[in-house]
Design a protein around this ligand. Structure first.
Ligand code: CTP
Ligand code: MG
Length: 244
C-alpha cells in the first residue's frame, strides 16, 4: 500500500461544451437533477472527497449560467476559459495548475455526476502505487458490430472481439507535466485527442486501466438524464444504509 495520507489533489473539470447531442435549451451541464445543476452535482461530488483540494473549472467565455450557481463564491473553485474542443479546455486548465504543488492532476468530465468516491480512491491508489498514470474504465459488455457503410442500406461488416475492449471513463489521472507535454506535442502534430489517455498513448507513455462502476455514465443523450437521477438517488440511499 502506498501511503497517500494527507496527499491532496487538484481536479480539472472541462465544462465548456454545448451539449449538442442532448438537444436541450441550455448546455447540458446546467440541466437540473433534483433542483441542482449537473455541474454543481459533479463539483460537489469531487470536492467532498477528502483528497480533493481544488477544482479548476474550464467554462465557455459566453457562459451565462455559472454566475447563478453557488460555486461562483467557492474559493476552492478556480475558473479558466475553455476552448474549441474538450482537449483545449483541459489544456487551459493544465496551464493553471502549479506543478510544484500538484505533481499529479485528475481530469473529470462535468457531465459525469455519478462518479463514486470509492472509484476515485481506486484510481489514486493504483496510479500512486505503480507510479503510472491511468483512467477509470469499464469492460465492454455488448456484442460489438462494425458497419459496412459502403452499402446504401447500413449492414454488418463484422463482429469485433470485445474481450480486450474497454469504455474510457473519467477521472483520468496523470503527472501534470507529462500530460501537459503530451497534449501540446499531439496538438503540434495535428493528432486527434478525445481524452487524456489518448494524448499519453501518442506520447508512448503507459496508462493503467482501472476497472470502475458503470454507474459513472457521461450524460450525453436525453435518456441519460433519468438514469443519472436514478443512480444519484440510489447512491444517497446506500449512504443512508451505512453503519456509524
Ligand atoms: N467540453 C469542454 N470544452 C469543449 C467541449 C466539451 O470543456 N470545447 C466538456 C463538456 O462540457 C463535457 C466534457 O467535456 O463536460 C465531455 O464532453 P461531451 O460529453 O462531448 O460534452 P459536449 O461536447 O458538451 O456534448 P456534445 O459533444 O454532444 O456537443
Ligand atoms: Mg463533445
Amino acid at each position: 500500500m502506498v501511503n497517500t495520507f494527507n496527499q491532496q489533489f487538484i481536479v480539472i473539470v472541462p465544462a465548456a461544451g454545448v451539449g449538442k447531442r442532448m438537444l436541450a435549451a441550455c448546455p447540458k451541464q446546467y440541466l437540473k437533477i433534483n433542483n441542482e445543476s449537473i455541474l454543481v452535482h459533479t463539483v460537489n461530488r469531487l470536492l467532498s472527497h477528502e483528497k480533493v483540494a481544488k477544482i479548476i473549472l474550464a467554462l465557455s467565455d459566453d457562459d451565462d449560467y455559472f454566475a447563478q450557481t453557488a460555486l461562483v463564491n467557492n474559493p476552492d473553485v478556480i475558473r479558466v476559459s475553455g476552448g474549441e474542443e474538450r482537449v483545449d479546455s483541459v489544456l487551459s486548465g493544465l496551464r493553471a495548475v502549479d506543478e510544484t504543488i500538484f505533481e499529479w492532476v485528475l481530469v473529470h468530465d462535468a457531465a459525469r455526476p455519478c462518479v463514486s468516491h470509492h472509484d476515485i480512491d481506486l484510481l489514486i491508489e493504483r496510479c500512486l502505487r505503480q507510479n503510472t498514470g491511468g483512467l477509470l474504465a469499464a469492460p465492454v459488455v455488448d456484442t460489438i458490430k462494425q458497419s459496412d457503410n459502403t452499402t446504401a442500406a447500413l449492414q454488418v461488416a463484422d463482429t469485433i472481439d470485445r474481450s480486450q475492449l474497454w469504455h474510457a471513463l473519467t477521472p483520468q489521472m496523470y503527472k501534470t507535466s507529462e500530460l501537459k507535454q503530451a497534449i501540446e506535442q499531439a496538438q503540434a502534430q495535428g493528432l486527434a485527442i478525445t481524452d487524456e489517455s489518448s494524448a499519453i498513448e501518442q506520447a508512448g507513455l503507459p496508462s493503467l486501466l482501472v476497472s470502475a462502476s458503470r454507474e459513472n455514465i457521461k450524460i450525453t443523450r436525453p435518456e441519460d438524464l433519468a438514469l443519472a437521477a436514478f443512480y444519484l438517488q440510489q447512491q444517497i440511499k446506500k449512504e443512508d444504509n451505512t453503519c456509524a
